[in-house]
Design a protein around this ligand. Sequence first.
Ligand SMILES: O=C1O[C@H](COP(=O)(O)O)[C@@H](O)[C@H](O)[C@H]1O
Length: 267
Amino acid sequence: MTESGRVIPRVLVHRSAEVLAAAAAARLLTRVVDAQGERGSASVVLTGGRNGIALLRAVAASPAREAVDWSRVDLWWGDERYLPVGHPDRNETQAREALLDSLPLDPARVHAMPAADPDSDPAALGALEAAAERYAAELAAASPDGSGLFEPDVLLLGVGPDTHVASLFPDHPALGESGRAVVAVRGAPKPPAERISLTRPAILGAREVWLLAAGEDKAGAVATALSGADGASVPAAGVHGTERTLWLLDTAAAAQLPERIRPPITG
Ligand SMILES: O=C1O[C@H](COP(=O)(O)O)[C@@H](O)[C@H](O)[C@H]1O
């Protein structure tokens, strides 16, 4: 913990993307079981992207998934590509294929972000903004004490090569959104241009934030974010959990970390 009360991130480096996915899956399963033991249920915010989906595949492959009571797990998304239901590029579609369709989840507890109307132009003014507002209302309604505070047990984030997390991109106005929990993102530099994202203040409510990055294309972003960059312009530098912040990397993504903060490979 720093003097400002911020939790210092812990960085773990695994020997490959496959080991990273398997280790993160084991960690997630344990965290969910522990949260259910403590509070009766667990809430997890999923991410899209290759590392987030690899983690879900690793959960699907793990016999330890039987240790979880999946009917008492709430699933949310940190961001979504605003595309029609079932579109292969939707984070929801990929998560369902990788894991969710094989779990005995309570459908009422699977909180996918709204999808675009297949018969309308997703860029048309209004619908995307209304979709973001609906998701914000869903989040507020689900807060356990009615306070509207969103405190998921684990919030997963992929890290883009440009340091984006969820659909908060560097120098995009959505990164500075402070008055709401969910924001409509237009003009995203990575397709599709229309997206929905949790805002930085919403992410900061999570008990644990885990940032996942594998591959050499992520090395620059990881080094920048962990070297004291300003979270107001470098999205990955500005997110943390209230109890814990974990950076889960493979050796390639950790390759440009300055030596003073590069931990030994954990396995
Ligand atoms: O588009 C997105 O990208 C990020 C990062 O994805 P990656 O494939 O570069 O790891 C992801 O975290 C986000 O959920 C997704 O919408």
